[in-house]
Ligand binder design. Structure first.
Ligand code: CA
Length: 647
């Protein structure tokens, strides 16, 4: 039996207060820590945030308060003072950072007392989510790493801001030949949410050596409630990272873009040294029966989210990012390791006050040591977490093929028609609800879409590869669900090293491999593909019938037909069925075959009359490309064709 889950432990040591951490006021600061196993607890105050520096000011003993909580109030304005906890257990003293630290010094070893008001950029009190009205299926997610955005010189970002939060605050940046980059590019793309890879303090980049080349995605949390120091212009002074991250959020909001944070509550950088585990031994992490750490994450440890004080910690953390940093959404890494109760507690708590916040994650089923009866937040359990959406690996694998070199619908795999139907309608066996289905074809993991296509179709021409790419985009952007783009996918992003080798897993590869190559947008074919994505997103936005939230709505308003091998047709209802719809009906054709296909619309139940073409193999958007008055249309090889009937 888990000694932390006995009735007695739960009764004696479950704390429900919202005041853990260092609570600052002008007159005094109260330090409060949950340390039920401790014999003595002290807080040590320091001048600097650099661990190992001999600059302790003083230490104060904390008093036992009950429920395992200890506290002490220290007089004076402590803003800018660093601190750690000294926990004595079985006669031995351990020093630990505060799990509830709001900011830290370099590398996250010492917490800092902070008056958060002093970090607010101008206008922060008035800062709001720019699109509070959007339902999940109205959203468009764009996944990006902070460094990838601005490290390439062609971005034209101020050198001091490259790789930093502040790169997102610059307007008017251009490539040498005048292509818009950075924020100027993002704001016209048609995305609603910028999803940023980990922004919290992680361990795999040494913040004290930022003059040396370092790169990591950051899936290795050290301090959950603290921004990462390497993204700040100064990682040594705790207030800087807080202020600059807020400046980033504010600039994105001012430009109409919501901010999603990638959160990794499923494991920590190092279980032994993680501050929570140093204060309460092993409490944060799941153990196997033999005393080793449970390792479903393949990262050395899994989080014991089912333990009440871990659950509370995660809920508090998410709510903190929403309140303090105005974060509009969360992507949960390996959420299948967290329990359903924790996820529902998060979505209910946040949505009670912030209903616009989106939650989604990787619901893969993984092997982790949980007590019997604990349900995990996997795709298969999607019904149990109704406000949480899951990545659809079905559509990803369908379009470009599974890992390991197989082909997909757009690259020549035959016999996919039924899967295209299921994906287009968001009728997965694990979840029939569009609002819980995140549709994508590539993300930071694995090959980029263009790399995947050129690797699996080595003899295809550039033109053929571009056709495949565009068709893949058309399927998942027009499908029911929530579209998710990997940054740069829309301008044929490749991950190649200096030797020209394609890199599949670039988590710690160089900036050279990972950066967005903005100068590519100066080349016609790249700019055309980007414009095609922009057009698809604009078209999706205009038509509510592409953004239905409920399973029965999608089923009732879309009819599927297989035309022939590799060719499918969907007939979508118009204004009578969907509130706010502008059209009288729509026909969406995906031709994955390498031959042009003549299709008689009436044959598939589409009514006669005038049809306007908005999307074909070449262009996509909200402007009419062609008007069809005859019954027969031709779908070009490997392309989408979308027609709308308008009164
Ligand atoms: Ca860090």
């Amino acid at each position: 039996m888990d000694s932390y889950m006995t009735e007695e432990f739960l009764r004696e040591y479950t704390y429900t207060g919202t005041d853990l951490g260092a609570v600052w006021s002008k007159e005094s600061t109260t330090f409060r820590v949950w340390a039920p196993m401790a014999q003595r607890t002290e807080v040590a105050l320091y001048k600097s945030g650099t661990a190992g520096t001999d600059d302790r000011i003083k230490k104060y003993a904390l008093k036992k308060e009950g429920q395992g909580v200890w506290s002490v109030t220290v007089e004076g304005d402590l803003h800018g003072i660093y601190y750690t906890y000294l926990i004595t257990r079985n006669g031995a003293e351990t020093e630990a950072c505060d799990p509830y630290a709001k900011t830290t010094g370099v590398n996250g070893r010492r917490a800092m007392v902070i008056d958060l008001e002093r970090t607010n950029p101008a206008g922060w009190k008035e800062d709001r989510c720019p699109h509070p009205e959007l339902r999940y299926t109205d959203m468009v997610l764009y996944e990006l790493h902070v460094r990838d955005f601005s490290m390439d010189e062609s971005a034209g970002i101020t050198p001091a801001y490259r790789g930093k939060f502040l790169a997102f605050t610059e307007r008017g940046t251009r490539t040498a030949k005048g292509a818009a980059t950075g924020l100027d590019y993002l704001r016209t793309l048609g995305i609603t949410h910028l999803h940023l890879l980990p922004l919290y303090d992680y361990g795999s980049v040494d913040e004290a050596r930022l003059n040396e080349p370092q790169f990591n995605w950051g899936y290795d949390p050290v301090n959950y409630n603290v921004p990462e120091g390497s993204y700040a212009t100064d990682p040594y002074h705790g207030e800087v990272r807080v202020r600059e991250m807020k400046q980033m959020v504010k600039a994105l909001h001012d430009n109409g873009i919501n901010v999603v944070m990638d959160v990794v509550y499923n494991h920590v950088y190092d279980a032994e040294s993680f501050c929570f585990n140093r204060i309460v031994p092993g409490y944060f992490s799941r153990m196997n029966a033999d005393g080793s750490y449970s390792n479903g994450s393949y990262c050395g440890n899994d989080t014991a989210s089912e333990r009440p004080m871990v659950r509370k910690y995660i809920v508090d953390s998410v709510l903190y990012w929403v309140k303090e940093y105005h974060i509009d959404g969360f992507r949960f890494d390996l959420v299948g390791l967290l329990d359903v109760e924790t996820i529902n507690k998060i979505t209910e708590t946040v949505h009670a006050k912030y209903p616009h916040v989106i939650f989604y994650g990787e619901g893969w089923s993984m092997n982790t040591s949980v007590p019997e009866g604990v349900a995990l937040a996997t795709q298969r359990n999607a019904e149990k977490t109704p406000a949480f959406a899951y990545f659809s690996d079905n559509i990803r694998d369908l379009l470009a093929g599974r890992n390991g070199g197989s082909l997909g619908f757009v690259s020549g795999q035959s016999g996919c028609e039924e899967e295209v139907r299921a994906c287009f309608l968001a009728q997965e066996d694990w979840c029939p609800k569009p609002s819980q289905t995140v549709n994508y074809v590539s993300c930071h993991d694995n090959y980029t879409l263009f790399d995947k296509l050129r690797l699996t179709r080595p003899h295809a021409s550039m033109e053929e590869l571009v056709r495949m790419n565009k068709l893949a985009a058309a399927v998942y952007i027009l499908a029911q669900g929530i579209p998710f783009l990997h940054a740069g996918e829309e301008f044929l992003r490749m991950k190649e090293n200096e030797a020209g080798e394609i890199i599949e897993n670039s988590y710690n590869a160089s900036d050279y491999v990972n950066r967005l190559r903005w100068s590519d947008l100066e080349k016609q074919v790249y700019a055309e593909v980007s414009a095609y994505y922009r057009g698809l997103l604009a078209f999706r936005k205009k038509h509510a019938v592409l953004r239905m939230a409920a399973a029965d709505e999608a089923a009732a308003n879309i009819r599927y037909h297989k035309v022939s091998d590799g060719v499918v047709l969907f007939e979508l209802a118009g204004r009578d069925c969907v509130k706010g719809e502008v059209s009288d009906g729509m026909v969406v054709i995906f031709n994955a075959s390498t031959a042009a296909k003549k299709i008689g619309l009436c044959e598939y139940g589409a009514s006669e009359g005038q049809w306007k073409v908005y999307i074909n193999g070449r262009y996509a958007g909200t402007e009419v490309l062609d008007i069809v008055t005859k019954d027969t249309v031709t779908a070009e090889p490997v392309s989408a064709l979308v027609l709308v009937r308008e009164r």
